[in-house]
Design a protein around this ligand. Structure first.
Ligand SMILES: [Zn+2]
Length: 292
C-alpha cells in the first residue's frame, strides 16, 4: 500500500491549534531547548537587503479550503492523479508564523533534545527505528515567499545536525523561499490524502513510499523541501496529489529545485544526495544523507 506522499503532509496549519501560535510551548531562537538543551545562535553573514527578489509581484491569496479537503480514494486508500487547482498553480503563499520570527534579519538556529511538547507532537513512538535520544529538535531561520524572515522547527538525527544547520544557513543567505517548516504529526500521517501540503520537514516515522521498509525520514536522515512545489513523480503518480502542475520541471517557478541551483549545491556541500537526480523516479523535494 502506498502509505503517504514523501512529505506525509496534508495539513497546512498547526494541527489542533486553529492557527493559534505555539510559541508559548516551543523554545524559540536563543531560548533553551529544555533540560540539557544547548541553544546555539549562529550569526548569518548576510545583511538584510532593501528588497527581496521576486516579491514585487503580489502574493496569491491562500484559499480557505487549503489543507481541509480530503481527496477521493480507491480501495487501497490512494488518490488518483488530480488536476492542480488554479489557486495552487503559482504557489507563493505567505508564511503563517508558529514561532517568533528573527528580529534582526540574521540567520539563527537552535539545537536541543527532542522532549516535551515537540516530542508529543512528533511521529516518534517505541516502534521507530531510532531512539529519542538520537534525535534533535532544531529551530531554523528561513525566508518566506512573503519576503520576510521566519523561524521554523525540524527534527533530525543527532548525526546530521551540523549538516542541516549549515544547509539552512546557506538557504537563508540565498533567500531561497520556504512556505512552512514544522514538525510532521502522527495525525497528518494517518489522515486520508489531502494532496496540498507544502511543509518542509525531516523526521517522520513511516515507511518509504510504495515500500514496507522504513523511509530515511524515519531515521531523521532525510529532508523534504517545499514538497508541493517539488513533488515526488513516478510515472503517473504525483505526490502530493494536487501538485501535478509542478511535475513540469522545465517551467521554473519560485521555490522549484533544479539541478545545480543553490538548494542542490547546499546539500552537495555536505555530501547529501538529491532525489531529483534519481533515474527510476524523481523525488524533487527529497535530500538524504544516504541518497535513498
Ligand atoms: Zn523525502
Amino acid at each position: 500500500m502506498l502509505v503517504a506522499a514523501c512529505s506525509s503532509s496534508g495539513l497546512s496549519t498547526a494541527p489542533g491549534t486553529s492557527g493559534a501560535p505555539i510559541t508559548a510551548t516551543v523554545p524559540g531562537p536563543g531560548q533553551s531547548g529544555g533540560v540539557g538543551g544547548s541553544a546555539t545562535t549562529l550569526p548569518g553573514a548576510a545583511t538584510a537587503p532593501e528588497q527581496t527578489p521576486g516579491t514585487n509581484a503580489p502574493l496569491p491569496t491562500r484559499p480557505p479550503w487549503l489543507g481541509q479537503r480530503t481527496l477521493p480514494t480507491d480501495s487501497d486508500g490512494d488518490a488518483p492523479p488530480q488536476t492542480t487547482p488554479p489557486e495552487l498553480a503559482d504557489r507563493r503563499f505567505a508564511t503563517v508564523d508558529l514561532l517568533a520570527p528573527p528580529t534582526d534579519g540574521q540567520f539563527q538556529a537552535t539545537v536541543g533534545p527532542l522532549e516535551g511538547d515537540p516530542l508529543r507532537r512528533s511521529t516518534w513512538s517505541e516502534g521507530c527505528p531510532v531512539e529519542v535520544v538520537d534525535l534533535r529538535y532544531l529551530t531554523l531561520g528561513f525566508w518566506g515567499f512573503d519576503g520576510l524572515p521566519h523561524t521554523g522547527e525540524m527534527i533530525v538525527n543527532v548525526g546530521v545536525t551540523d549538516d542541516v544547520v549549515a544547509v539552512f544557513q546557506t538557504l537563508f543567505e540565498a533567500r531561497y523561499p520556504i512556505e512552512e517548516m514544522r514538525i510532521t504529526t502522527q495525525a497528518e500521517v494517518d489522515a486520508p490524502p489531502i494532496g496540498d501540503g507544502n511543509n518542509t520537514s525531516a523526521f517522520v516515522c513511516r515507511a518509504a513510499v510504495g515500500s514496507s521498509r522504513f523511509s530515511e525520514h524515519a531515521y531523521g536522515l532525510a529532508v523534504d523541501i517545499n514538497p508541493f512545489i517539488n513533488p515526488y513523480v513516478k510515472g503517473d503518480v504525483v505526490l502530493p496529489e494536487l501538485a501535478t502542475v509542478y511535475a513540469d520541471r522545465e517551467n521554473v517557478r519560485p521555490g522549484m529545485i533544479v539541478d545545480d541551483d543553490e538548494v542542490v549545491a547546499a546539500f552537495d556541500a555536505v555530501g547529501w544526495g538529491w532525489g531529483g537526480r534519481w533515474r527510476s523516479l524523481k523525488d524533487y523535494q527529497h535530500f538524504a544523507l544516504n541518497d535513498r
